[in-house]
Design a protein around this ligand. Structure first.
Ligand SMILES: [Zn+2]
Length: 281
């Protein structure tokens, strides 16, 4: 029988938050069995908490934002930390933050994944829970198409196309486990189109963005600080985002997801459809 895990010890990371540009410190702390992943805002009176589940998602425009209707706590850009926890098989943890947004670090899930691996896992006295499909789930959402098929492992097959450069049509099919996440997905950085930057800045977003933490698509080219970490870094990042967003079902996922041009809105819609399927609706 496979058991639930939490982190063996507390770990922390500090840095600039992508959207607010403010300095932020995040700690990952152990939590009892059957807690799930719970974010805690230690900068707010009473340190309110919000559970990382699809029912608590309140915004999906550029990143995945969750909020608790009971405590008023909200947390933006949870997907990279959620991806690192999901791939590491951490079922239970408190993610403590002194800001509304975690540090963006280098724009990838790598620094969060490394924190978890360095602290190690503590096996707990409760059986691990997997979300498995009883039937396929297929839908279109704007330009996105998503198909979820029953499977014995967690696999994501994805095509992306952003229409900015010829280089941004990318494809990858990847079985997701701790090892493949470490080697294939965790280092892929966030990215955005140069033409979107102006709008984002005007909306008061991406104040902390720079070539230290993002890849920029512009005028037929991909601009980044060092070389691309993978020739198809963009699709790897989007797969990593999906690993995080789907952990909002509150269980490890076993399914094969085929995605064409999906993003946070369709990922969260899929997570909600998965929860509806397991609730028998
Ligand atoms: Zn991302």
């Amino acid at each position: 029988m496979e058991m639930q895990n939490t982190v063996k010890s507390a770990s922390r990371i500090s840095g600039i938050a992508l959207h607010s540009g403010a300095r932020s410190t995040l700690r990952i702390l152990p939590a009892p069995a059957n807690t799930g992943i719970v974010f805690r805002r230690v900068d707010m009176p009473g340190a309110p908490e919000v559970k990382a589940v699809a029912q608590n998602v309140v915004d999906v425009r550029r990143a995945t934002t969750i909020a608790s209707r009971d405590t008023g706590a909200f947390v933006v850009t949870v997907e990279h930390i959620m991806a690192a926890l999901h791939a590491s098989k951490v079922d239970n943890a408190i993610v403590e933050m002194d800001n509304v947004e975690p540090p963006i670090a280098d724009g990838s899930a790598g620094p969060f994944f490394d924190m978890i691996q360095d602290s190690g896992l503590e096996e707990q006295d409760a059986e691990a829970q997997y979300w498995t499909a009883s039937a396929p789930i297929v839908f279109e959402d704007g330009n996105s198409t998503l198909a979820l098929l029953p499977a014995d492992d967690f696999k994501i097959t994805m095509t992306v196309e952003f229409g900015v450069t010829k280089l941004d049509t990318q494809f990858l099919s990847c079985v997701v486990n701790t090892e493949s996440f470490a080697n294939e997905l965790s280092r892929a950085r966030t990215f955005c189109a140069y033409q979107d930057l102006k709008q984002l800045l005007a909306a008061g977003l991406t104040k902390g963005g720079s070539l230290d933490n993002a890849v920029v698509l512009h005028d037929g080219a991909i601009i980044c600080k060092d070389a691309l970490r993978y020739p198809n870094e963009l699709v790897r990042h989007k797969i990593m985002d999906m690993v995080g967003d789907l952990f909002l079902v509150g269980k490890r996922v076993k399914a094969h997801i085929v995605s064409v041009k999906s993003g946070h809105p369709s990922h969260v819609r899929l997570a909600q459809a998965m929860l509806a399927q397991s609730a028998g609706k």
